[in-house]
Design a protein around this ligand. Structure first.
Ligand SMILES: [Zn+2]
Length: 187
């Protein structure tokens, strides 16, 4: 997920020489079909997955995002990374929502795969999510506010769902009239 505010300071500085590490991973943009496919359960939580997760965290920060799901880099597996402001990075592998509040909230969302478009989306205010972390350890997390919203947004990606799908047809069509798919990727 992308945060609209432009006054957020990136929490790491990226030396130009490090940009080369992004060469083998890049963001897939709407309307790429991979964003519409349901992702498969992760079966091997080993070193290769951890390396991919590291690169995704790097890419998410580089793109000034606060969440990035595997399908957004063309990997159809059920995991995503989240970092809201100065919170720690959370890694969610094979996540499931085990509880949601009746209370909902509305907030303007964006998406790294749909640059330039933002819209209000209604979601549950609080959730309980169960997942495995990058070390293969299961955990349960209670989240609210922005963290809950990002988790729900990223979890949607694992099911081929985009924030646009939460809008009325009319609103979505109007919004998409403004959309231009980027020519180049992350550079
Ligand atoms: Zn997104």
């Amino acid at each position: 997920m992308e945060k609209k505010s432009t006054n957020q300071t990136p929490d790491i500085a990226i030396p130009p020489s490090d940009l080369g590490t992004l060469d083998d991973i890049e963001i897939v943009y709407y309307p790429d079909e991979v964003l519409r496919q349901p992702a498969a359960t992760v079966k091997d939580m080993g070193d290769s997955l951890r390396a991919t997760i590291d690169r995704m965290v790097f890419l998410m920060r580089h793109a000034r995002g606060i969440g990035l799901a595997a399908p957004q880099v063309g990997i159809l597996e059920r995991f995503f990374v989240v970092q809201v402001d100065n919170d720690p990075v959370y890694v969610f592998i094979n996540p499931s929502i085990v509880g949601t509040s009746h209370e909902t909230g509305v907030y303007e969302e964006g998406c790294l795969s749909i640059p330039g478009l933002y819209a209000d989306v209604k979601r549950p205010s609080e959730i309980q999510v169960q997942a495995w972390n990058e070390n293969g350890r299961p955990f349960t997390l209670n989240a609210d506010g922005m963290l809950a919203r990002v988790i729900l947004h990223e979890l949607d990606h694992l099911n081929g769902v985009l924030f646009l799908d939460h809008l009325s047809d009319r609103k979505r069509e109007k919004l998409l009239q403004k959309y231009r798919k980027p020519e180049d990727s992350t550079r």
